[in-house]
Design a protein around this ligand. Structure first.
Ligand code: 5GP
Length: 192
């Protein structure tokens, strides 16, 4: 097991057969040392991919994205879930179905921050059915920018997102890969 899988085993909580809670160290209370390793791991994997910017979605994606941006030395953009009053027209938008809230959100990014010269690395905390990644891909294509890859801290391999990313031929890294959450047990897809 790698560092993240060990921590998930220790402090992750299963909410249902398809939802894991990592509030203790990842997306409510945050362990900065762990997040630093997350950023280093993504940066190491994508270091030769000419990444110019990182894109994530607020709020849980910001911490891993920021750490990755620090190590790749590139800016980090987070798509907003709520439209800002000072940012009405100059935005790219996409639709994202929220896995945890079961609602549709419009995410938006200011057009000034992505352009056709960019090669974007998408980062998020979880991959479930791929709606968040698909929304980010939509924004990248609206900006005529290029996809450099996708990194998620935790993928639930039994849901549809993994296949969606593979089908689209996107370079991909999941730091922890969960095969199942059935019967109150976290089963990892492989041990690193
Ligand atoms: P997707 O869009 O791939 O269906 O779901 C990914 C998004 O939903 C992530 O941005 C993440 O915030 C949230 N999410 C999906 N599955 C889980 C989960 O098991 N636990 C938590 N805490 N968030 C999840």
């Amino acid at each position: 097991m790698n560092f993240l899988e060990k921590r998930i085993q220790k402090d992750g909580r299963i909410l249902s057969d398809n939802t894991l809670k990592v509030d203790q160290f990842f997306n409510h209370q945050i362990d900065p040392q762990l997040m630093k390793k997350v950023g280093q791991s993504f940066a190491d994997y994508f270091k030769n991919d000419q990444i110019t910017k990182i894109l994530t979605i607020e709020s849980s994606g910001i911490a891993p994205a920021l750490m990755t941006g620090l190590y790749l030395n590139v800016p980090v953009i987070f798509a907003r879930k709520h439209k800002s009053v000072i940012q009405k027209n100059n935005i790219y938008t996409a639709n994202v179905y929220s896995f945890t809230k079961k609602t549709n959100n419009t995410i938006s990014v200011n057009k000034d921050f992505i352009n056709s010269n960019d090669r974007i690395l998408m980062i998020d905390d979880f991959l479930a059915n791929g709606s968040a990644i698909s929304g980010m891909i939509d924004i990248i294509s609206k900006a005529n920018a290029n996809i450099g890859g996708a990194g998620v801290a935790i993928e639930k391999k039994f849901q549809k997102g993994h296949q969606y990313i593979q089908k689209n031929g996107i370079k991909f890294l999941a730091l922890a890969s969960i095969a199942s959450l059935d019967n109150g047990k976290i089963a990892f897809a492989h041990s690193k």
